[in-house]
Design a protein. Structure first.
Length: 368
């Protein structure tokens, strides 16, 4: 199936690219100021001269990848290139539903983040328009959409991070079902993309066409025990700080979040890597149907998805870009992280068609 092949290719492409490319000494992830400003302004000037679009018009951008200061950084960096953007951060599980609910009165011009599973839902609801970025030929389009509705920008392995001093750490999520780990691992909210996808990565191990929502009885019992034996994320809590302090020494995390927190907190996590692998997702960028600023939105997407801007995005936030030229500048910690994990084989078409009832059952029946 096309989506399944797409996701498997993602993991292999990411690891092969990072293994084969040499680090060009990109410097620290926190490098800023004059170099970035000059680069952004220079590229912005070129775009203005070539495209002729009015960059002073406000673009509204929806994303689930604006947390940890990304929204503010992108707004400022885009301003240096001449763009006037409003970046609206919406939790991953709610973002697709928000766009669908605004179908008859769209409030945003484009969306980035999410994953192919969510974009397929948006396509089915006819809230995305086909388009084509000028960097299409630079990226592996097996990671994007063959119909031209969404294009790949960032790769995200989803993992469990663990306290550096944790003795005999669990090797698999199923190890967490024992009494030894009661209350010692944080499960992220199923309303977010990371929590929802990691739930799916557990349930797909128990796929059963005769089971409830395609999952065997054993699978549902495993999910119930996993949820009830752990600690569900609470709004406003510092779950990464809990890992570092050892209070709750294990937590789910997206790849760039691992790298960003290691840099900002000067801390090296242990990473749980099950033999089955970890789910890999690809963040994408797309145009929302009904936008009155299509040319400007495409112009911005050409800029944001370019190798130069994606390299800066990577240096600032530890992302793993789909742009090969940006990936060439990956720091040693990014290369080490990606080479330490491997992709879980998942039937993403099956996941996409079942994820909503899975989440509903877990929230209604298992969460206390």
């Amino acid at each position: 199936m096309r989506m399944c092949k797409k996701w498997m290719a993602l993991g292999l492409a990411a690891m092969m690219a990072l293994s084969l490319t040499a680090c060009k000494g990109s410097g620290s992830q926190g490098s800023k100021a004059s170099d970035e400003s000059a680069a952004a302004k220079a590229e912005g000037g070129e775009m203005a001269a070539a495209g002729g679009t009015d960059k002073s018009e406000k673009l509204v951008i929806y994303t689930n990848s604006g947390s940890n200061g990304r929204d503010a950084w992108l707004k400022d960096y885009a301003k240096q290139a001449g763009y006037n953007v409003e970046v609206v951060q919406i939790q991953g599980g709610d973002l697709a539903n928000r766009i669908i609910s605004e179908k008859n009165n769209p409030q945003a011009d484009l969306v980035f983040g999410l994953n192919a599973m969510e974009y397929e839902k948006l396509k089915a609801e006819s809230v995305l328009d086909p388009w084509e970025p000028n960097w299409k030929g630079d990226v592996d389009m097996t990671l994007g959409d063959a119909d031209g509705y969404y294009y790949p920008i960032v790769i995200q392995p989803l993992v469990n991070i663990m306290n550096a001093d944790l003795k005999n750490p669990p090797k698999d999520v199923t190890d967490l079902l024992s009494d030894e780990w009661t209350g010692k691992y944080t499960i992220l909210n199923f309303g977010g993309g990371t929590g929802k996808t990691l739930l799916a990565s557990l349930l797909v191990r128990y796929q059963d066409e005769n089971g409830e929502a395609g999952i065997s009885e054993e699978g549902w019992e495993t999910a119930k025990r996993w949820i009830q034996n752990g600690h569900m994320e609470q709004q406003g809590e510092d779950y990464v700080g809990n890992v570092i302090s050892g209070e709750i020494p294990i937590c789910e995390m997206w790849g760039s979040g691992v790298l960003q927190n290691q840099t900002e907190r000067d801390y090296k996590f242990q990473i749980m890597v099950p033999e089955t692998g970890v789910p890999y997702v690809t963040e994408q960028i797309a145009m929302i149907t009904g936008s009155k600023k299509r040319d400007l939105a495409v112009d911005f997407a050409n800029w944001f998805g370019s190798a130069q801007v994606q390299a800066e995005w990577m240096k600032q936030f530890g992302t793993i870009p789909c742009q090969p030229d940006a990936l060439n500048e990956a720091s040693d910690d990014i290369k080490e992280f990606v080479n330490s994990v491997h992709p879980q084989t998942m039937d993403w078409e099956f996941v996409a068609s079942h994820i909503d009832p899975w989440v509903e059952k877990c929230e209604l029946e298992f969460m206390q």
